[in-house]
Ligand binder design. Structure first.
Ligand SMILES: [Zn+2]
Length: 302
């Protein structure tokens, strides 16, 4: 029987250099009730000495990785497994260069793996935040010489909302101005209309986000009034500092083009922080996520 709780030592002991065992793991995830024909849904039987199965009804031959990202890749499955583990478990994010050194693979392959694994980490349909929700905006990126106070040149605005004790939602915003339209749209997209309390700073763009069943409370950060009773935005401030440290520590400079992917990875890892089956769930997503061509990624710009 397969153990779904993972650490690096038992991951290497289980899968290191052994693609047969990786394949078995994928089969257990994809077909808990035994192999199923992707064409007609009937049962498959293993073709001896091979990775393929033969459908008992339509005789279509298939493998567990057919149609998945694992299929076309020339990379051994066990290196995929290790890369996934490292990206998922790395609290501050994993760069393509670190992956390249650790797995002894080319930079191009490492870069591809990072993007694929991040893509698999995206939340398809995230639930809306409820209860008490803190909302804030921050700016990331830009060249060092522009870092002076007040200058937003080269920077990208990121909006964030966190449910106290729950999930975070982060969004790259094209506009540099935290206008009423931008902030209200973000609140509407990320929080339940029946959320109890919304907490923000006193930026005028937030005015009017309350309604009959949702209160809006603010803290005046300019007056250094950071906390008033339980009215504060410490949760989202903590997320910003974690996110900024992860950029400085691992990526140095995140290009605006790829900021979305980094945010998705960060958001997913943060929201899964109490999930002991993180590795398994990411592998399952990779197995089920559609293929993305290497060319397509390169065209987006490295
Ligand atoms: Zn069939």
């Amino acid at each position: 029987m397969i153990s779904y709780e993972t650490n690096l030592v038992n991951l290497i002991a289980q899968f290191g250099g052994n693609d047969g065992k990786c394949r078995h793991y994928l089969e257990c995830l994809k077909w808990p009730g035994g192999p199923v024909c992707p064409r007609c849904g009937k049962e498959g039987v293993k073709i001896s000495q091979r990775e393929s199965y033969d459908c008992t009804a339509c005789h279509y031959q298939f493998t567990v990785t057919a149609g998945s990202i694992f299929h076309d890749s020339h990379l051994p499955l066990w290196k995929w497994f290790l890369a996934t583990y490292m990206v998922v478990e790395s609290k501050k994010g994993m760069s393509a260069n670190q992956l390249k050194r650790t797995l002894e693979i080319s930079y191009k392959t490492a870069w591809y793996l990072c993007h694929r694994i991040r893509k698999a980490m995206e939340e398809a349909n995230p639930a809306k935040l409820s209860g008490t929700v803190e909302i804030d905006e921050t700016y990331v990126g830009g060249k060092r010489r522009h870092v002076g106070r007040g200058s937003l040149e080269g920077k990208t605005m990121v909006l964030g909302a966190i449910e106290r004790g729950g999930d975070v939602r982060l969004r790259v915003e094209g506009s540099k101005k935290a206008s009423k339209g931008v902030l209200h749209k973000f609140v509407a997209e990320t929080t339940d209309p029946k959320a109890d309390r919304l907490m923000t700073d006193e930026a005028p763009g937030y005015l009017g986000i309350a309604d009959e069943d949702t209160t809006h409370e603010t803290v005046n950060q300019k007056a250094e009034e950071w906390v008033r009773g339980d009215v504060h935005t410490n949760g989202i401030e903590g997320v910003w500092s974690l996110f900024k440290r992860s950029i400085v520590g691992s990526y140095h400079q995140v290009s605006a083009k790829h900021l979305d992917a980094y945010l998705d990875e960060f958001e997913w890892r943060f929201n899964q922080r109490k999930n002991p089956y993180l590795f398994r769930d990411t592998i399952a997503r990779l197995l089920n996520s559609p293929k993305m061509e290497f060319k397509e990624l390169i065209e987006k710009g490295a």
